[in-house]
Design a protein around this ligand. Sequence first.
Ligand code: OAD
Length: 233
Amino acid sequence: MAPERIVILTGAGLSAESGLGTFRGKGGLWDEYDLEEVATPEGFARNPVKVHDFYNMRRRWLREACPNAAHFALAKLEREHSGEVLIVTQNIDPLHEAAGSKAPIHMHGELASALCAYCCASRPWTEDLSLATDCPACGESGYMRPDVVWFGEMPREMERIYAALAKCDLFVSIGTSGTVYPAAGFVAEAQGAGAHTVELNLDPSEGASLFAEKHYGAATEIVPAFVESLLKP
Ligand code: OAD
């Protein structure tokens, strides 16, 4: 029977062929940068300049990055599937939206957004951030930070995500190593709800054995093929 409610989880592997780096494995960002230094609130408190530099560099990468065939295939699934499709991404890039996806949940926040830690206002941001950046909402200086979720902070929209997982028929995990919770636990939630579970990745993730169906290869090849198989009558 065709699935009615689909939840898709995406990770860095989805955007790898768009030129944005992954985190783990050879050449990954965590090879070159210390996660504790650039992706924790404590690291930001210790050395905000270093953290701003890291995210400014990644924000600049966005100027060159375009969505790839896998992002477009997922947007097509959203448009053409007769039931519900919820895309939950760990990615902070805006490539799902650029491909036409309506409202992906950015559970780890958004790189093209800045947050004021003083007044909590957030707004779209494409330029560099620094300690000298004034908050456009409250005018305070020194409080602007990337609008992303760091290790030790609460991922976004978890209630909505768990509600969708509890009633989905199909859960698909794409381009993620399955090492970071809570996202790494979604497959077990979906399985507990009776959903069929599928992994689409370059190679088996940490949690590969939990998935009922697996396809390995480049996202730009295996994601469009999987979407077509779902949409065919
Ligand atoms: P990882 O870098 O941990 O894993 C990327 C996965 O994508 C790996 O399993 C690769 O095999 C796979 N991959 C690489 N290229 C691919 C391709 N062309 N097609 C398909 N798959 C490919 O990235 P995430 O799992 O997304 O969090 O990382 C999760 C979180 O850890 C991130 O959101 C970030 C990071 O630390 C924070 O910074 C809070």
